[in-house]
Design a protein around this ligand. Structure first.
Ligand SMILES: Nc1ncnc2c1ncn2[C@@H]1O[C@H](COP(=O)(O)OP(=O)(O)OP(=O)(O)O)[C@@H](O)[C@H]1O
Ligand SMILES: [Mg+2]
Length: 611
């Protein structure tokens, strides 16, 4: 009894599985269709007139291809057998004319298709880039920049090839096939029927099977390519560490392994593509055999002329190439679907951090900030980074945040800029909840100096004036002077026009910091968010940076994550953070007197000579 029920169960399982496979096939199929439709709707629509033109050109290609076998038939029947002298002249002239028209139409269609393919991909790339720039930090940082580069370059161009490939296959090759097969039917429907019955269904079957192989191989290929791109970006940015730890060989062999996998998947997809043609050719062999037999028999019966037979065979040979392309269409399409899915998943990402429908610009009166029972948890973390934090930063004052590494200090600054939104409580600037104001106005009102200052691979002047064209050289120099950076800048080989290299690689840590400070100085925002770098600077540069900071904080509401004793002592109030909570606050002296966490922290720093 139990045995039969087992068998029954297992039958059920396979039945269900088959059902699932069928369902997922259906789902994938409808997803492919949705994707194609979307590509047409959003990216090909502007090109519809051109596409129409290209279809006309392809109709001409198809018609002229269909005319060739007819000329052969005429040549044999009228000239070779009929000895018709007019035809002897007319046919070659006709063939030449038709060939010229065909090449012109082919050329026109190719140019148009390339234009459409390139243009629509360029638009897609524009959208993709804009999407990444405007996307939530939380989402964008889920993937490595290398992966985005790969999607940008590989997936987008793969999609382009699919667009032009598919349209050409449908407009040109399918029409050519129709024209040639129609011709075959006009000559002899017996033979045409034999041909169609043998070749077409088998071609369709192989197409469908190969399409599946291609889809999975090309998806994996693209994923591995992303992986490779990530790995390359990372190895190059971390090259110093790679070398310092003697990891060159390991990096090389890891890259090699990834490249091998890319090769493997790409070859799998290409093999599927390559298999499509021989499959058709093999089938065609059967068809030709059968046609010679049946055609020969009919000719013996006097039902088929030599010209008709030759015309038929010519059509049959001419139909190979378009048939091969059409057999490939499924594989090309599947490659495009894999690529498109990845591209559109980025485009479709919904942002959480948005302006509310009636967001008003932030009105700054004097720039006071208040954190009101703020809690926050990063996605994928099980403990909150901030838990019920209340901090008040009075207008024009400097509030310092101190605390162990990981206690949530930088997170607080991220929240003020709305890189993330609070999960509980609220943050107000001059009494306005920052979630209710226009995002741009919020970010215009704040200047941020991050823990690891980022410089663009551009000149020092452009790094200071970043994003603003309306500053004069004098403004820039003024800011640099206040940031104690002017001196070292003028000592550079090309002064303010010196390029700083990738992420400012050609500058020292302290120099980078001072340029970042000059940038914030020039922005001249009423609110300053400063994440001091922990890296210990030598006393001279430390002093310079400190002077720069003091200048910067003057007259602004400043929320400063402080590591330098000098910054801390000058602060109007200090908040001590621990595990996402404020554990103490007060002035430097008040906190020292308390002999609590702060006093502890302070003494330890002082002992280590880091204070
Ligand atoms: N983007 C992020 N995604 C997930 N968790 C994060 C992210 N950024 C920070 N965290 C986590 O949130 C907590 C607080 O981090 P935060 O960067 O605010 O610390 P911090 O006080 O600035 O430390 P440090 O002094 O070392 O700069 C840490 O546990 C950290 O691991
Ligand atoms: Mg930090």
């Amino acid at each position: 009894m139990s045995k039969t029920s087992d068998v029954h169960d297992s039958l059920n399982v396979t039945h269900n599985q088959r059902h699932d496979v069928q369902a997922s096939y259906q789902a994938r199929r409808s997803r492919s269709l949705a994707l194609i439709e979307r590509m047409l709707r959003s990216y090909l629509r502007p090109y519809l007139p051109l596409l129409g033109l290209s279809i006309v050109a392809n109709v001409i290609v198809a018609a002229t291809t269909g005319a060739l076998p007819w000329f052969i038939q005429m040549a044999i029947d009228e000239v070779f057998n009929g000895k018709n002298e007019t035809m002897l002249l007319l046919i070659p002239v006709g063939v030449i004319a038709v060939s010229i028209i065909k090449s012109l139409a082919t050329y026109a269609s190719n140019v148009i298709m390339n234009f459409v393919g390139q243009g629509s991909t360029a638009n897609l790339q524009r959208d993709l880039f804009a999407r990444l720039m405007r996307g939530d930090l939380a989402y964008v940082s889920t993937q490595h920049s290398g992966a985005y580069i790969s999607i940008f370059m590989n997936d987008a161009t793969r999609l382009r090839d699919t667009v032009s490939g598919t349209i050409i296959a449908f407009a040109r090759h399918l029409l050519t096939i129709v024209a040639l097969i129609a011709f075959m039917f006009t000559i002899n429907w017996h033979l045409a029927l034999i041909y169609t019955i043998i070749v077409v269904p088998m071609g369709l079957v192989s197409m469908r099977r190969l399409g599946k192989v291609t889809r999975s191989a090309s998806r994996q290929g693209l994923e591995e390519t992303s992986e490779l791109s990530t790995f390359i970006v990372e190895s190059l940015t971390g090259l110093r560490i790679v070398k310092a730890y003697g990891q060159e060989d390991q990096q090389i062999s890891r890259a090699r392994a990834t490249i091998d996998r890319v090769l493997d998947y790409t070859m799998r997809a290409l093999r599927a593509r390559a298999a499509a043609s021989p499959a058709i050719e093999g089938l065609a062999g059967f068809a030709v055999g059968a046609i010679i037999y049946v055609g020969g028999y009919q000719s013996m019966q006097g039902n088929l002329t030599a010209g008709e037979f030759m015309g038929f065979i010519t059509a049959l040979l001419a139909v190979y190439q378009p048939l091969r392309s059409v057999a490939n269409i499924q594989t090309i399409l599947q490659e495009g679907v894999s690529a498109g899915t990845r591209v559109f998943s980025i485009l479709d990402q919904k942002d959480a951090i948005l302006d509310t429908p009636n967001a008003k610009p932030l009105k700054i009166e004097n720039g006071e900030i208040s954190f009101d029972q703020v809690s926050f948890q990063y996605a994928g973390r099980d403990i909150p980074a901030l838990n019920d934090v209340s901090i008040h930063v009075p207008a024009g004052k400097t509030v310092a945040l101190v605390g162990q590494s990981g206690s949530g200090k930088s997170t607080l600054l991220n929240l003020v800029l709305r890189f993330f939104d609070v999960s509980g409580g609220q943050i107000q600037i001059d009494g306005q909840d920052i979630r209710s104001v226009d995002l741009n106005s919020l970010r215009r009102a704040t200047a941020l100096v991050t823990q690891d200052p980022f410089l663009f691979d551009d000149t020092i002047a452009n790094n200071i004036s970043y994003g603003k064209q309306d500053f004069s050289q004098a403004d820039i120099e003024q800011a640099a002077k206040q940031a104690a950076a002017h001196e070292f800048i003028v000592d550079m080989p090309e002064g303010y026009q010196t390029r700083v290299g990738e992420s400012g690689l050609r500058l020292s840590g302290g120099q980078k910091q001072r340029i970042a400070i000059a940038r914030a100085m020039l922005k001249d925002a009423p609110i300053l968010l400063l994440d001091e770098a922990t890296s210990a600077l030598d006393t001279a540069s430390e002093q310079k940076v400190q002077t720069a900071l003091t200048q910067l904080m003057k007259g602004r509401t400043s929320l400063v994550i402080a590591h330098r004793l000098s910054t801390i002592m000058h602060a109007d109030e200090i908040f001590v953070m621990r595990e996402g909570q404020v554990v103490e606050h007060g002035t430097h002296t008040q906190l020292l007197d308390k002999r609590g966490v702060y006093a502890d922290l302070y003494e330890r720093q002082f002992d280590n000579g880091n204070g």
